[in-house]
Ligand binder design. Structure first.
Ligand code: COA
Length: 222
């Protein structure tokens, strides 16, 4: 039976990999054993998908992205060209006695990229983090900490500079955030608050609620 997905002649797909319908896999990609790729995904030229990686549906992975074992991407994730996902927080090729490390000599630190998130070109996602729903990681960022839902992070190390709408535009505070009172001892700071900061998208008019304790983590100076 003809597969219901497209694989370029130069791509290498392990027989044990599972590929969803209408997915396109372009020149020189490698998809390893046990990897699962959902429906309607696009894997650009030279993408590497390691063993047992889990990829949802409608995920776009641009040229030369490397996705190593332990990574899970939910539906609708975007990976810009040349971005890298790591999986070993303290990598070594050899043991202290000089012998080659085997596949079971080290521990994978899992990484989760949640629905709709976008990773910019050439970014590195250091393992063990979660990139939140609809978050955006700037080009060239090095992500070392969790990124909140809708969070906009960039730089090395990546810091939280704002929030973005599912349409991709920056969100603006809709109602001003509460300010700490002058006497800090008697006042609740935003980090103590349980409420939400309402954010508005000036492009598509969506309103998104960001918990105050998350909003308070925005970095104001670079
Ligand atoms: C992070 C990003 C979303 C920010 O876009 P933005 O909200 O329009 O931000 P601005 O262009 O207004 O930049 C704001 C500031 O952040 C800096 N900045 C923007 N992107 C940056 C990045 N990736 N790394 C470091 N600094 C960055 C700008 O230089 C500017 O600094 P300044 O105020 O000192 O001049 C965007 O720059 C980006 O990196 N997008 C990803 C592009 C990409 O990789 N696409 C992949 C498909 S090809």
């Amino acid at each position: 039976m003809t597969p219901s997905y497209f694989v370029h002649d130069t791509a290498s797909i392990a027989p044990e990999a599972v590929i969803g319908e209408r997915t396109q896999i372009w020149q020189h990609c490698q998809v390893r054993e046990g990897a699962v790729i959902g429906e309607e995904c696009i894997l650009g030229k030279g993408v590497y998908i390691d063993a047992r990686v889990q990829i949802g549906s409608r995920v776009k992975i641009q040229n030369y992205v490397s996705v190593y074992e332990g990574v899970t991407m939910e539906d609708g994730v975007f990976c810009g060209p040349h971005c890298v996902f790591t999986n070993d927080i303290q990598p070594r090729a050899i043991n202290p006695d000089g012998s080659l490390k085997r596949a079971d000599d080290w521990t994978i630190a899992p990484t989760l990229v949640r629905r709709g998130a976008a990773i910019g070109a050439n970014a590195t996602v250091v393992c063990g983090v979660t990139v939140g729903r609809w978050a955006m990681v700037g080009a060239g960022a090095v992500v070392t900490r969790d990124v909140p839902d809708y969070g906009l992070v960039y730089g090395n190390p990546a810091r939280l500079y704002g929030f973005v709408c599912p349409c991709g535009a920056r969100l603006s505070p809709f109602i001003p955030a509460p300010q700490p009172l002058p006497d800090a001892q008697d006042s609740a700071t935003m980090e103590d608050e349980d409420g939400d900061q309402e954010m508005a998208c000036l492009r598509c008019q969506r309103i998104i609620s960001i918990p105050y304790r998350v909003y308070a983590k925005i970095v104001t100076q670079r």
